[in-house]
Unconditional design. Structure first.
Length: 284
């Protein structure tokens, strides 16, 4: 008889990823629900883990390499899943609200796969299975740190203090070092790999989407030019300014230091718009 649970689990995985794209709802929430449903399946039939967990040896065989994807929806225990869902809903949602569900999903999935690949590289030829959303979630953390380094976080276990995203990543890395040295069965390689993937691909995704909107002549938030606190201050002045000469003066000032978010070239004020040396024109 064909084992029904892996098929049902894959159905839940795909639904939880597609639903937020079709109904425009929160992907962090729908993935969280999917994770719990699959965890329930695992409790009903523990063989599900054997079928869908990822081991480095799986990459040698195309037919079983799908596990690098499915493994990120399984969890090894109640604490493991609660911790991951907790971070996904509290922190993931912050990022998703800013960049939208499609880009959030892309970062989540690619980081999960990146984490699996790094795990496989470090443990080449190993047959030990790995499961969990931690690599994908580490990627979300990396994406926030690179896109919004000063985004404050309130961590419950650090109580009452808001810490910026980049500090959180340092704390995260220190935790991974500690895990690696204490030789637990936690796949710290997947966490580091996921984090690095998120840091690498998030800016790339944002650049691609800005480029598409520039090509279509859509209005672009002037904040994409503001990288330093000073530039943010100036950009915030441009946004609500309705007197044309004053607005132009602010744009001139921003253009002195700002760089094109697509190609990195210098920019200038072009009749109330911002234009770079390579001809990217931004309707702000
Ligand atoms: Zn440019």
């Amino acid at each position: 008889m064909v084992d029904v649970w892996p098929i049902l689990a894959v159905g839940v995985i795909i639904s939880s990823l597609i639903y937020p794209l079709v109904r425009i709802s929160s992907a962090s929430l729908s993935i969280s629900i999917g994770l719990f449903v699959i965890f329930l399946f695992e409790m009903i039939d523990s063989r599900l883990i054997n079928e869908l967990a990822f081991s480095p040896l799986d990459l040698r065989d195309i037919g079983s390499s799908y596990t690098i994807f499915t493994s990120m929806f399984l969890h090894g225990g109640f604490g493991h899943i609660v911790f991951n869902v907790f971070i996904l809903v509290l922190i993931g949602n912050l990022l998703e609200e800013r960049i939208g569900s499609p880009k959030f999903l892309a970062i989540y999935i690619i980081s999960g796969i990146g984490g699996g690949l790094v795990y496989a590289l470090v443990n080449l030829g190993d047959n030990v299975g790995v499961i969990g959303a931690s690599g994908a979630i580490s990627g979300i953390l990396g994406a926030i740190a690179i896109l919004y380094p000063n985004q404050p976080f309130m961590l419950l276990f650090l109580s009452f203090r808001n810490i910026p995203a980049w500090v959180m990543v340092l704390i995260f890395l220190a935790m991974q070092m500690f895990i690696a040295l204490s030789q637990t069965n936690i796949a710290w390689e997947a966490h580091i790999g996921g984090l690095a993937t998120g840091i690498l691909i998030a800016p790339l995704l944002m650049r691609i989407s800005i480029e598409e909107r520039v090509d279509r002549g859509e209005k672009i938030d002037v904040m994409v030019f503001a990288k330093t606190p000073k530039e943010r201050e100036i950009a915030a002045q441009i946004k609500p300014e309705s007197i044309r000469d004053v607005r132009n003066a602010w744009i001139d000032q921003l253009a002195e230091t700002a760089k094109c978010p697509i190609c990195g070239q210098k920019v200038r004020n072009y009749r109330g718009r911002i234009k770079c040396r390579n001809g990217h024109k931004f309707n702000i």
